[in-house]
Write a protein of this length. Structure first.
Length: 246
């Protein structure tokens, strides 16, 4: 039976990410498994106070050889695009809106979004401030990870489309069409993107976004076959289908 670990949306919450990693490390020690990958479901940046710290922490961990898989979330994609050269002003405005959280990300690099000079100057300042290793990380994030009976992605899948033919825009943005579909998708879909109060197992999918961008925790689970277990300071807590984890 394949074992995988997974962590939900982070949104600039470095301390909460580190706490989730500590739970994974403790479980690894209990079961004696250093080989199972730890899949991060994306949305490392925006809304929280330390997006720069989160990206730096991930860069350092990968450089040290941590067995991590990093997936792309929609917030990560928008930040990557903002740092690129072909981003429309409307897209920049969306990232900098209070709802999306780009202002908090820029602030973690010491950049005030309201500074004089307009969009072009703001983009130049951001390119200068974001280290090359972090930009390379944003470029290299994977759209999905398929392992055994589990398909990991940020937002979900387009129902009815083969898993190996999914469009990346769906993988990082989809909601209603996926969330409302109760069919088996051929694999257990483990995703984030849509905040919930507690980890939810719906039989065909598992939602790990427990609202770190809004003050909630960064949740970590271990998945063995299609069995999902929430990792807590007190140990493992099963999350059976149809019931949210406490």
């Amino acid at each position: 039976m394949l074992r995988s670990y997974a962590i939900g949306d982070i949104h600039g919450q470095l301390a909460r990410l580190q706490a989730a990693h500590a739970l994974v490390a403790a479980d690894r020690a209990r079961v004696g498994d250093d080989t199972a990958p730890l899949v991060h479901l994306g949305d490392y940046v925006d809304r929280g106070p330390d997006s720069r710290g989160v990206l730096d922490y991930l860069v350092q961990g990968l450089a040290a050889g941590e067995n991590w898989v990093l997936l792309r979330g929609n917030h990560d994609a928008v930040m990557r695009d903002f740092l690129g050269s072909d981003v429309a002003d409307a897209d920049v405005a969306g990232w900098l809106s209070g709802r999306f959280g780009g202002r908090e990300t820029l602030a973690s690099y010491g950049i005030t979004a309201a500074a004089d000079g307009g969009t072009a100057a703001l983009r130049r300042r951001a390119r200068d401030a974001v280290p090359a290793a972090q930009r390379a990380l944003l470029d290299a994030l994977a759209p999905f990870h398929h392992r055994g009976e589990v398909f990991f992605c940020h937002a979900g899948i387009r129902p009815g489309v083969p898993l190996d033919a999914q469009d990346e825009q769906d993988l990082i943005w989809i909601r209603g069409e996926f969330l409302d579909d109760r069919r088996d998708h051929g694999a257990l879909i483990v995703h984030g993107h849509t905040p919930v109060d507690r980890v939810e197992h719906h039989g065909n999918r598992v939602d790990l976004d427990t609202g770190a961008g809004y003050g909630g925790p960064v949740s970590a689970v271990v998945i063995e076959g299609r069995d999902v277990v929430l990792l807590t300071p007190g140990g493992r807590m099963p999350v059976p289908p149809g019931r949210a984890g406490d």
